[in-house]
Design a binder for this molecule. Structure first.
Ligand code: FRU
Length: 459
């Protein structure tokens, strides 16, 4: 009942981070962390989807396997790099050494592995580029998730890391040929930035540098960092966040917790990756899940699968912020408009199925309720957008909050058991897994200026 119609999900088993996202030889490729035989996530391969338009995706099976001594316990996350018509993948090979280890400082190998392809479907020439022995001595075993970029004649690899004394760090390597890598810098953050950074990303948007990463160990509150782990970015002028040329002290004065903006303020979002589209725009896709979050009773498990990706989001720079607009292309053709019934007291009612798209214009306080399960509301006095479940299940999944100065519109995408809310065309985004108990959804909207509701055409 909860399977998705227009979001990426695993055909069966478990999915986490997007990997190797890119546009290559006329197709978009989204790989992902995949455990096809274990709905709770076991040994990781890379599953593979392709798409022509970032809206319709085709499953292509598995592309990367943990079939070497360097990745025998998992083909972990990584990114793609395209050069001279060849698609290259750089990822973390996970190795667990037999024995009784603590797995933080001992007992685990995190290697940087390389693969290449001429058609985007078959990958070969698996090579190990870096091992733990190459990382600085003060790093724990946890050094992973390479991101490759090019600048002024050299290639760079950014890795997320944890030091032996549990501080978050990133390592930057450089290379002339993407085979032989030497350390450019090892930047260790102060403790308020947690104990580990996963899935770093680095890109340029409208004359700014953006450093995106997933810190673990931040102090949480309802106002900030409410999930188990976070995912966000720091954006600065080009020269300020010049991670290649500036020294560690200079960079540390730019990389401050107060400048860290969370990508998505809902319950379920992590490990996003950006990639450049055919049209030159930067796109982002994230895992609609968080590691170590309490998903043990997720109802999709009974259907043999767990987790999914967000919609692809086009990034743009507006009002000194990054906006994330969902890429929907001609997705509207797959929906049909449905009736909005006007009730008393400025209320409207929409009766729909589990797959709906609701577009709301607003100019003051607003509330949108789904079957007495979930409420999204805007409070103009507090300047807050809230996402809250009526039934507090006691596992921290009761309420999430986003600061928002004013609300003009909300786009809501519901698809089986995922719900994404885009406020003001992507100024703020909130994603949640939402498992309605029945297929019929009554959406009550209070105080809107205008509503257009669509339901996915069942075929
Ligand atoms: C993030 C992460 C990555 C790792 C991968 C393993 O969710 O922990 O750091 O490479 O997942 O599946």
């Amino acid at each position: 009942m909860y399977k998705h119609k227009y979001h990426i999900m695993p055909p069966k088993g478990w999915l986490n981070d997007p990997n190797g996202s890119c546009y290559y030889k006329g197709l978009y490729h989204i790989f992902f962390q995949y455990s096809k035989d274990d709905v709770n996530g076991g040994l990781k391969t890379w599953g593979h989807y392709t798409s022509k338009n970032l809206v319709d995706f085709e499953f292509k099976g598995e592309a990367v396997f943990p079939d070497s001594e360097w990745d025998k316990d998992g083909a972990y996350s990584g990114t793609a790099f395209i050069d001279a018509g060849t698609l290259e993948l750089f990822y973390t090979g996970n190795v667990k050494h037999p024995g009784n280890y603590d797995y933080i400082n001992e007992g685990r190998g995190h290697n940087v592995l390389f693969l290449q392809s001429e058609d985007g479907m078959h990958f070969n020439n698996k090579t190990c580029l870096l091992t733990n022995a190459d990382y600085p001595d003060n790093m724990s075993c946890h050094v992973r998730d390479p991101k490759i970029f090019y600048e002024n004649g050299l290639y760079y690899m950014l890795l997320g890391a944890r030091t032996r004394d549990s501080k978050a760090a990133f390592l930057l390597y450089e290379s002339a040929d993407r085979k032989k890598w030497t350390l450019n810098k090892s930047l260790i953050l102060d403790n308020d930035f947690g104990y580990m950074w996963e899935c770093p990303d680095f890109f340029e948007l409208n004359g700014h540098k953006v450093l995106s990463f997933c810190p673990q160990g931040l102090e949480s509150s309802l106002d900030r960092f409410a999930n188990v782990y976070q995912s966000g970015y720091i954006m600065k002028d080009l020269n300020k966040l010049d991670i290649v040329n500036r020294n560690c002290d200079e960079l540390k004065s730019e990389i401050k917790l107060e400048d860290f903006v969370e990508w998505d303020l809902g319950f379920d979002f992590y490990a996003p990756q950006t990639f450049k589209g055919e049209d030159g725009n930067i796109y982002l896709i994230g895992w609609a899940g968080v590691p170590d979050a309490p998903y043990g009773n997720a109802p999709s498990i009974a259907e043999g699968w767990q987790h999914s990706m967000t919609l692809v989001r086009r990034l743009s720079f507006k009002n000194n912020k990054i906006y994330q607009e969902p890429v929907i292309g001609d997705i509207q053709d797959k929906f049909e408009e449905i009736k909005v019934t006007k009730l008393e007291n400025n209320e409207s009612l929409v009766k729909t199925n589990l797959y709906a798209n609701i577009e709301i214009e607003a100019d003051k306080d607003l509330s949108v309720e789904f079957n007495k399960d979930l409420k999204i509301s805007y409070n103009s006095e507090a300047k807050e957008l809230l996402m809250e479940y009526f039934n507090d299940t006691g596992d921290g999944r009761d309420k999430r909050k986003a600061k928002l100065d004013s609300l003009e519109n909300l786009s809501i995408f519901m698809d089986g058991c995922i719900l994404e809310v885009y406020a003001n065309s992507g100024e703020v985004v909130m994603t949640t897994r939402y498992y309605p108990l029945k297929k019929e959804i009554d959406i009550k909207i209070i105080n809107e200026k205008n509503v257009c509701a669509r339901a996915y055409k069942e075929n």
